[in-house]
Design a protein around this ligand. Structure first.
Ligand SMILES: Nc1ncnc2c1ncn2[C@@H]1O[C@H](COP(=O)(O)OP(=O)(O)OP(=O)(O)O)[C@@H](O)[C@H]1O
Ligand SMILES: [Mg+2]
Length: 352
């Protein structure tokens, strides 16, 4: 009889909040976040979460909901950019029968669904000005109108917003209402990027390996010193989400060595990568792009030569026809480790 592989557990509907020691790690910057979160406690004030994509804004919003007076109520998330402009209004505020073609029956919006709970508006900076005005009214009076409606609807919700844009700049340029900004930003919580909290990488990587090996019923592959050092030196433009996905792949595919090499070859620093993208005014510095491209190429060649010479730096320098000192400098500049610490090749031995 054919044996059937056990199906993988379906992805959970809601995000699991990891235990606090994982969620906050041990970095000083996350300790600040934790302290602020504790101070906000059950106050129910609107909070604006800022930070790059993948830093954990939604997790923290769920945490804020859980510790609030609205915890027994629903947590309703609206991902503003995911819903096209015209639909967003009906999605948020709901509509009455006949409000537009195809509105065969009235429907409550997400705000009504969040009554008695938390409304989490993700990427609030994407909201167009008309909707910003409606939202402001909701925040001021706890009431709003459905699309095509004539009666005001009341809803009491705690509002949490997130953005990975600099909302203050949007306010200054007139794309975001100043009055709304002050209303949603009673308290702001800035979540640091992963590259600024490298002390937490080991803890998080171990946590994800354990989680995914349980979820996928696979043995947990080891977090070798070598791999860990590569993880710690990488720039993480996708932050914790990128680390999480990488560890998922590692649990499924194994291959620590491949992963390590791939990490060294990935562009590291988002700021360096940004140098290759046009500025807001459409200009692009050829000088910067060229410098970046040369650096990346140099990095790749150094890495390959190091690997070919079992990480013996003296031989690598000779092979590249540069001085030993120049190689050490370039390694540092390229964010490459001085040695592979593989335990193979020359890692522990005297170089000759
Ligand atoms: N401190 C953390 N501990 C464990 N997992 C985390 C942590 N921070 C983020 N994650 C995980 O990383 C992923 C991204 O987190 P989240 O969605 O909260 O980020 P975000 O800041 O809202 O990102 P975006 O701006 O792209 O919406 C999630 O799968 C989350 O579970
Ligand atoms: Mg998010």
């Amino acid at each position: 009889m054919a044996t059937h592989a056990r199906p993988l557990a379906p992805a959970p509907e809601t995000m699991d909040i990891p235990p606090p020691d994982i969620l906050f790690g041990r970095s000083a910057s996350m300790r600040q976040v934790r302290l602020k979160l504790e101070r906000i406690g059950a106050t129910n004030v609107p909070v604006l979460l800022t930070g790059e994509s993948g830093t954990g804004k939604e997790l923290l919003a769920r945490m804020l909901h859980r510790q609030s007076n609205w915890a027994a109520g629903p947590f309703v998330k609206v991902n503003c950019p995911a819903i096209p402009g015209t639909l967003l209004e009906s999605e948020l505020f709901g509509f009455e029968k006949g409000a537009f073609t195809g509105a065969h029956a009235s429907k409550p919006g997400r705000i009504e669904q969040a009554d008695g709970g938390t409304l989490f508006l993700d990427e609030i900076g994407e909201l167009e000005l008309g909707l910003q005005a409606k939202l402001l009214q909701l925040l001021q009076d706890n009431c709003f109108m459905r699309l095509g409606g004539r009666q005001e609807v009341r809803a009491h919700t705690r509002m949490l917003c997130a953005t990975n844009r600099r909302l203050q700049a949007e306010v200054d340029s007139g794309r975001f209402r100043r009055d709304l900004y002050y209303r949603i930003n009673v308290v702001s919580l800035e979540v640091p990027p992963l590259r600024d909290r490298r002390e937490d990488i080991e803890l998080l990587a171990e946590y994800f390996i354990k989680e995914f090996s349980t979820r996928f019923q696979r043995p947990a592959p080891p977090l070798t010193p070598n791999l860990l050092s590569a993880l710690q030196q990488y720039g993480w433009p996708g932050n914790v989400r990128e680390l999480e996905n990488m560890m998922k792949r590692y649990v499924v595919l194994g291959a620590a060595e491949e992963l390590r090499q791939q990490l060294y070859l990935l562009p590291r620093d988002p700021q360096t990568v940004a140098a290759t993208e046009p500025a807001p005014d459409g200009t692009l510095s050829l000088k910067k792009v060229t410098r970046y491209a040369v650096q990346e190429l140099e990095r790749e060649i150094i890495l390959k030569t190091l690997e070919a010479n079992q990480w013996n730096r003296k031989r690598t320098a000779r092979a590249l026809r540069i001085s030993y000192r120049a190689l050490l400098y370039k390694l540092k500049e390229a964010g490459l480790p001085a040695r592979s610490s593989l335990g193979e090749g020359d890692a522990g031995k005297e170089e000759s």
